[in-house]
Write a protein that binds this ligand. Structure first.
Ligand code: PMP
Length: 396
């Protein structure tokens, strides 16, 4: 008899798909759907209006912020700002840097954590977690003024987990701050700003089993409080005078949340965070690691493809695996998996062009024309899903 890994709150809603593309967008769990349904008949405008609908909605929105602050291990004084997604959160942070800040970034990042920092000091993607720490230490030494090191928690291409705690220690030893792109780590592992001693974290609701449209930037309030508002407009302003530019901006998260807040996004994301906080994350992780081993072992037996990796055996992984298919077009393979087997995966360069270029070159694939084929999974994925993918790949 199989033992349920979690309560019905974390059941995926919607059956009948073999979806192995969680890293792009994960399916929605019951807790998120229930939270949306509960609010649909009664919602009103957040922070705008005095009627019961508006009052309840404001309470729910701020409660969602508190739940997410707990989920992310925020310290007293940290801020949780609602954004649209991780890209939005990192762009907000980029606009909130104090003047003269030096940004340091590895080029193994998703574009969401590369492009907001056009003037960053770019370090080549390391070939082990230890090398990441050494390279960061070397790069941060001697930098003057405010410095931000910004790294991913887990790679969206290889699933490899980066040494965030160690990088945070190195950053702080040099008086720098660290931001963590947790888009891929948060769905698979608990993340605590306090425990990691990280300064900022960014994530997307739609990769964390909630619907689209809500993300979060959480972390140190001071830079955010002094920065110009990310979106100028209603909500971000406390008082507006008669002359152009005569404005006193709001303080706190409202300063960066101009426009009518996305109540349903915030509340559904918080509902997932609450359900995950209650769940046995160690059991979920163990299950995911079994699926990962099944997938990686099986892929080794399929001729004509090879798993890519940056760190080799020196790091943990989440449920994401990419392979090269020398001589074949990954998107044609992905289309056949969908059309002939009803299986959803992802093909291409996954918005991480420098990393995919490097991985395909080191796999002897000569350039990254068509990129890679990626399978990614999480809650609700079964051994049968993995077997189905392996059998389909072997049959192509
Ligand atoms: N960072 C990483 C590591 C990602 O995988 C992604 C999405 N693929 C993003 C950032 C951007 O997320 P979003 O598109 O939700 O902004």
């Amino acid at each position: 008899m199989s033992v349920a890994l979690h309560t019905s709150d974390l059941e995926i809603i919607g059956a009948g798909f073999v979806h192995l593309d969680y890293a792009a967008t994960a399916p929605c769990v019951r807790a998120a759907a229930d939270a949306v349904n509960a609010l649909l008949p009664s919602y009103g405008s957040v922070h705008r209006g005095t009627g019961p609908r508006s009052q309840t909605s404001t309470l729910e929105y701020e409660r969602a912020r508190d739940v997410i602050a707990d989920f992310l291990g925020c310290r007293p004084g940290d801020q949780v700002v609602f954004t649209r997604n991780t890209t939005d959160a990192l762009n907000l942070l980029a606009r909130a840097l104090p003047p003269g800040t030096t940004t340091v970034v590895f080029d193994g990042e998703h574009h969401a954590n590369l492009l907001p920092w056009p003037n960053a000091l770019r370090l080549p993607a390391p070939s082990s977690p230890a090398e990441a720490v050494t390279a960061a230490d070397r790069a941060l030494r001697g930098l003057r003024g405010p410095v931000l090191l910004t790294v991913t928690g887990a790679s969206n291409v290889t699933g490899e987990v980066w040494p965030v705690r160690e990088l945070a220690a190195v950053a702080h030893a040099h008086g720098a701050r660290i931001a963590v792109d947790a888009a891929q780590l948060a769905p698979h592992a608990p993340i605590s700003l306090a425990e990691l001693d990280a300064d900022y974290v960014a994530l997307s609701g739609h990769k964390l089993y909630a619907p689209f449209g809500a993300g979060v930037l959480a972390g140190r309030a001071d830079w955010l409080d002094f920065a110009p508002p990310y979106l100028a407009g209603g909500g971000a302003s406390a008082a507006v005078g008669d002359r152009a530019g005569d404005v006193r901006w709001a303080s706190g998260p409202a300063r960066h949340e101009g426009g009518t807040p996305n109540l349903l996004g915030a509340v559904s994301l918080a509902a997932v965070c609450a359900a995950l906080a209650e769940a046995d994350r160690a059991a979920l992780r163990a299950h995911e690691q079994e699926l990962l081993a099944q997938l990686r072992d099986g892929l080794r037996r399929v001729p004509g493809l090879a798993e890519v990796s940056l760190f080799g055996t020196s790091s943990e992984r989440v449920g994401i695996v990419s392979v090269t298919l020398p001589g074949r077009d990954p998107s044609a393979v992905a289309t056949r998996l969908a059309d002939e087997h009803g299986i959803g995966v992802r093909a291409g360069k996954f918005c991480a062009h420098p990393l995919v270029r490097r991985l395909t070159a080191s796999a002897g694939n000569g350039g990254c024309e068509g990129g890679l084929l990626r399978a990614s999974f999480g809650l609700g994925t079964t051994p049968d899903d993995i077997d189905g993918l392996l059998a389909a790949l072997a049959a192509l």
